[in-house]
Design a protein around this ligand. Structure first.
Ligand SMILES: Nc1ncnc2c1ncn2[C@@H]1O[C@H](COP(=O)(O)OP(=O)(O)OP(=O)(O)O)[C@@H](O)[C@H]1O
Ligand SMILES: [Mg+2]
Length: 363
């Protein structure tokens, strides 16, 4: 899929903007604070109805304005117009071809998109919840049911945790109810587990190759760890029962797929503990390339690829290893402060935009 154009009204430092894109590569360069990230943030917002900068929708509305609009024509099987309208009072409306889509879950992931930004180094360094969140976004682009199952799991988990609190106060609460809840949680938890396992195995087949292309180092792999690892439903239920006293004590469910984690492993060593900054960054980029390939394989659609501020911390050679491996059918958006880092000779069908204080000029 390709985004043909982008129209912004009162989005961050753009009061009124219209751009048309290349189907292949689009590069935005300019100084810090010029408005490069704002452009790709708008594209991300249009696809996923949220920002990747923060969770407060209204921060994207230009200062002193009450309404903001993002709009684009996207070539998929046919051309569709996507639109998001945000208001300072919290209103958010998503439209496809001018029809309101009332359930956002039916809108999200229609535009498939993979994002890399420098902050994604956190993917390796930070707590497991960051890795789960990213994995969730990525898998939900491939399987709509995954997102639904995950929502059910989280809802049941909340119910169970609330019930634990009640049991803590009143020991007479019904253990039967807890048993039924456990059953439901494990049923849907297993669906989440199986999908994660399947998708990580597919990504794993590809990540080694990309990491080698970027760094000349063999042997990067992903290791999926989960409380559910190698257990069947009966065994999981038993484990949950066994952890009840602990659960009651902390008033939370301590066993389940909400603790899953992924380790980036380089020939037996956890990259989080032993990898250099550059290796970690290349590992995350390799992960993104692997995800793109797996989305293409499984959905027959070419997602959009955003690389926000790609070049910090990477040397010129590594950057070229990366840009040379971009898939020409994947529409790509790159932001950078330094255009010299890109070898412009090899670029075909590329649009280069220079941004100065929110003014964009096509080169
Ligand atoms: N709601 C808003 N209304 C108006 N301007 C905003 C709003 N939010 C952010 N800005 C402005 O947008 C600019 C930052 O834009 P952006 O993050 O896109 O910069 P950038 O070009 O990516 O910079 P860097 O190279 O540092 O990443 C800042 O000048 C900031 O003041
Ligand atoms: Mg930026």
């Amino acid at each position: 899929m390709q985004i043909q154009n982008l129209k912004l009204l009162n989005f961050r430092n753009y009061h009124s903007l219209e751009l048309s894109f290349s189907n292949n590569l689009n590069i935005f360069y300019g100084n810090n604070g010029a408005g490069k990230t704002n452009i790709v943030e708008a594209i991300y917002f249009l696809a996923l109805t949220r920002s990747f900068i923060n969770n407060e929708d209204k921060t994207v509305i230009s200062y002193n304005e009450d309404v903001c609009r993002i709009e684009a024509d996207v070539d998929q099987n046919k051309r569709n117009t996507y639109k998001i309208i945000l208001k300072t009072n919290g209103g958010k409306v998503a439209k496809i071809n001018n029809k309101i889509v009332s359930k956002l879950s039916n809108y999200i992931s229609k535009i498939k998109l993979v994002l890399f930004r420098s902050d994604d180094l956190r993917l390796i360094k930070d707590s497991p919840s960051v890795r789960r969140k990213l994995l969730n976004i990525e898998i939900s682009q491939i399987s709509i049911n995954y997102l639904k199952n995950l929502a059910i799991y989280n809802k049941l988990l909340k119910q169970r945790n609330a019930y634990l609190k009640m049991m803590y106060v009143n020991a007479n609460e019904s253990p039967e109810y807890l048993k039924t809840l456990n059953e439901k949680i494990v049923d849907v938890g297993l669906k989440v587990y199986n999908e994660r396992k399947k998708q990580l195995a597919i990504i794993n087949e590809k990540i080694t190759k990309y990491f080698y292309k970027f760094t000349n180092i063999e042997g990067l792999s992903l290791i999926y760890s989960s409380d559910y690892n190698n257990l069947d439903k009966k065994q999981i239920l038993l484990k949950m029962e066994k952890s009840l006293s602990k659960d009651l004590f902390v008033k939370k469910t301590t066993f389940g797929v909400h603790h899953d984690d992924i380790e980036f492993n380089l020939v037996g060593h956890n990259l989080k503990l032993f990898g250099s900054e550059g290796q970690q960054k290349n590992a995350v980029i390799a992960y993104k390339f692997a995800i793109i390939e797996s989305i293409i394989e499984q959905t027959n659609e070419y997602p959009i690829f955003i690389l926000d501020d790609l070049f910090g911390e990477l040397d010129k050679e590594k950057i070229q290893n990366i840009t040379n491996n971009l898939n020409s059918k994947v529409q790509t958006f790159i932001t950078t402060t330094d255009i010299d880092f890109i070898n412009q000779e090899n670029l075909i069908e590329t649009k280069i935009f220079n941004i100065k204080d929110g003014k964009i000029e096509e080169k």
